[in-house]
Design a protein around this ligand. Structure first.
Ligand code: IVH
Length: 702
């Protein structure tokens, strides 16, 4: 049986690597998403039962883990240099001529490639397996982000040839590095920002920032859900297949890497210009952002001959596309009010065509931005759309300003409710302080309250919230719980949907306290800090009574969050809302089972948790251990009672456990051994963290 399961694990891993490659690199899947998921779940189940067969490069690592990681700094074996940039075709000619000269007139080829606008990464493979992924950092040392990079499906964990695919002409070297760019596809970026806007979170300025923010996340399960992509463009090592850069990348493609599509080998300057002109237009149809093209002398021998300056190779140059820029007129400035009361000034302009879309609005960020351009109404402004998807004003043609034009002055009062605006020390934004009475703030807070990751009242949406607000039915989140079917329906024909809404609101009273705390929308209290605060203080009353010092004692809670929590509970309006919510049955403390140990069945046990789990999240296991009197310890020592091991337990941990003779207990075995009388009640008791389990599952879906 065991032997069969082992063979099945090997077969599933190999098949999943292959399907992954077909889907993410070749774009030619041969199984449905459902079949893929089915196989992945089977593999996860088997791996959970056999932690001893853990493989750090199993396809199941793609789903990530909620193991918190701090990034280790690693020195690059070969420094990561940058390229010298030019925006100018004449400089491309100068570069070409300097290459001709440097090579003493010998013929040479140039490899033309797209310049991907993401985050550079260096991947090390040993024996055909990905062992390390390091960011550029300062070029000499970077962050080891291996766990996060493993969730990117375009990056092979195990190279094709090693797992027995058709043998290519060129064997995979024992050890080599390959470099490339990690990107967030534009569509994924747009959807992510939409979600963030709904949740009242700060938006990413462009796909590059989103990719880099994502790669630095502590939780690789969230990284997995962000659907990053990667293109590789530079092979390094002692024994590379051929002398040609282009040819080596073609070989790398055979090994399973995703190499940029547009790559072309040319000889003449004219061909280089053709390539530039073609992609300057065509790049708009690509799924990812590019900001130029890269020209590289193709022969490695010739590259060596040309050598390097202190900062960059002489054998390569980047030509950057000019961001498209147009001139149009500023008609007026309007002001938007966000959920937190932050005011964003927006330029309304005469509509103009820019990079394929009609543009009539651009963000002006804040008062300092407006001042820096000394903007006047009627000004002719230059608008650009570069790496940023949102157009921005980059200059003013002052010579065309009409006499008597009025300078733009930042509003002093909230455009929605008329309150005097405030600007906090050290912040660039203005705020409307009337959080209890300003309509977009009220509606924004209610939208945040009902969001999926908060109270998850999914039958309500922004339009319904706006409608109820207009009809005077809701003024704050507590009012939601007083809505009756007849209020919604008002004698109409919407009885069924009204019942559904009221039912969903009632159901939300079961949402656990930590999510309620997040739903309240206390400034700076995101999902993570809400969890930390809830676990530490256990009830809203204890939290409301906490002092600045007590708040800051919670790991991960700094002065800014502490101050905001204090301010929130000082407001009588907020206290009244909480008291009403409590009256309607909304959870205002951790459930009893989460608070008190029911028995001490794990007393005296020091348990290390490692890997990714199927039945409960890692945090749930931590809570369970503590609730039942055990101790969750972070590293394995001779005092460790056993390791509770999910799939993908780190190989160094496994080795250490074996060395010290510490028992490795699988998830199923743990549940059987200690909770066999009431396995279902274990699941019910554990503080629901459907969210972390949700992410876990999400990551395994396409
Ligand atoms: S080659 C020594 N090729 O642009 C040359 N770089 O300033 C190594 N980039 O840090 C880089 N697309 O992040 C190369 N096709 C491409 C590229 C590319 C984007 C980025 C890379 C590098 C920066 C150069």
């Amino acid at each position: 049986m065991i032997v069969d399961e082992k063979a099945r694990i090997v077969a599933l891993r190999q098949a999943l690597h292959e399907h992954n490659y077909r889907y993410y690199v070749l774009n030619q899947p041969i199984v449905s998403d459902q079949e893929f998921d089915f196989m992945m779940h089977e593999l996860q189940d088997l791996e959970a039962r056999h932690p001893e067969l853990a493989d750090p490069n199993s396809p199941s690592v793609r789903v990530g883990s909620d193991l918190s990681q701090s990034f280790e700094q690693v020195e690059h074996r070969y420094p990561m240099l940058s390229l010298s940039n030019t925006y100018n075709e004449d400089e491309v000619r100068s570069w070409y001529e300097s290459v001709e000269k440097g090579l003493g007139g010998a013929p040479f080829e140039v490899c033309c490639e797209l310049k991907y606008d993401g985050l550079s990464i260096s991947l090390t493979y040993e024996d055909g397996r990905l062992v390390r992924a390091v960011t550029r950092g300062d070029g000499v040392r970077g962050d080891d982000v291996t766990a996060n990079v493993k969730t990117i499906r375009a990056i092979p964990l195990v190279l094709q040839q090693v797992e027995g695919r058709q043998k290519g002409q060129f064997p995979v070297p024992e050890s080599f590095e390959i470099r490339g760019e990690i990107l967030m596809p534009i569509k994924v970026f747009e959807n992510l920002n939409k979600e963030r806007e709904l949740a009242g979170e700060q938006l990413f300025a462009n796909p590059r920032n989103a990719a880099s923010g994502t790669l630095k996340l502590q939780n690789s399960a969230v990284v997995a859900s962000r659907k990053l992509d990667a293109y590789l463009y530079f092979l390094l090592g002692e024994k590379l297949p051929t002398d040609g850069h282009f040819e080596n990348l073609e070989v790398a493609r055979q090994w399973g890497f995703k190499v940029g599509e547009g790559m072309r080998k040319v000889r003449t300057l004219e061909e280089i210009y053709d390539f530039i002109h073609y992609w300057d237009v065509e790049r708009r149809n690509l799924p990812v952002a590019t900001d130029g093209i890269v020209l590289k002398v193709n022969s490695l021998r010739q590259q060596e001959q040309l050598g390097y300056t202190a900062k960059s190779p002489r054998w390569a140059i980047a030509y950057k596309f000019k961001a498209e820029r147009v001139c149009t007129r500023l008609l007026s400035v309007s002001y938007q009010v966000g959920r937190t009361g932050a005011i964003t000034p927006v330029a309304n302009m005469e509509p103009v065509q820019l990079a394929g879309t009609t543009v009539k609005r651009a963000t002006l960020n804040n008062e300092d931005f407006i001042r820096s351009f000394d903007l006047h109404i009627g000004d002719y402004v230059y608008v650009e759309k570069g790496g940023e998807i949102i157009p921005k004003i980059v200059g003013v043609d002052v010579s065309r300003r009409e006499a008597g034009a009025q300078a733009v002055t930042f509003v002093a009062r909230c455009p929605e409710c008329g309150s005097g605006l405030v600007r906090y020390e050290g912040e660039a934004a203005h705020y409307c302080p009337n959080d209890a009475g300003c309509p977009p703030q009220i509606k924004g807070r209610i939208e945040h309250f009902i969001a999926r990751k908060a109270m998850d009242i999914d039958s309500l949406g922004p339009e319904t919230v706006d409608d109820y607000f207009q009809r005077g039915m809701i003024r704050n989140v507590a009012d939601l719980y007083e809505i009756r079917v007849s209020d919604i329906n008002q004698g109409g024909s919407r009885e069924k949907s009204a019942q559904k809404i009221v039912q969903a609101i009632r159901e939300s009273t079961k949402v656990p306290f930590e999510r309620v705390l997040f739903a309240l929308g206390i400034r700076f209290v995101g999902e993570t800090s809400a969890k930390l605060l809830a676990r530490h203080f256990k009830s809203i009353d204890a939290l409301a009574a906490a002092s600045m010092e007590e708040l800051q004692q919670v790991e991960g809670v700094g002065e800014m969050i502490a101050r905001s929590v204090m301010a929130y509970f000082e407001s009588p309006v907020n206290r009244e809302i909480i008291s009403r919510l409590r009256g309607y049955g909304v959870q205002m403390q951790l459930s009893e089972s989460a608070q008190q140990p029911q028995d001490n069945r794990l007393a005296g046990l020091n348990i290390v948790i490692s890997g990714v789990f199927v039945h409960h999240s890692r945090d749930e296991y931590k809570e369970m251990i503590e609730r039942y009197g055990g101790k969750n310890v972070s590293s394995i020592s001779s005092k460790t009672s056993f390791v509770l091991a999910g799939s993908n337990m780190g190989p160094s941990k496994l080795e250490k456990a074996q060395q010290l003779g510490v028992e490795v207990v699988s998830e199923d075995e743990f549940l059987n051994r200690y909770f066999s009388e009431s396995p279902s009640s274990v699941a019910d008791d554990a503080e629901s963290s459907s969210e972390s389990r949700g992410e876990y599952v999400e990551g395994s879906l396409f």
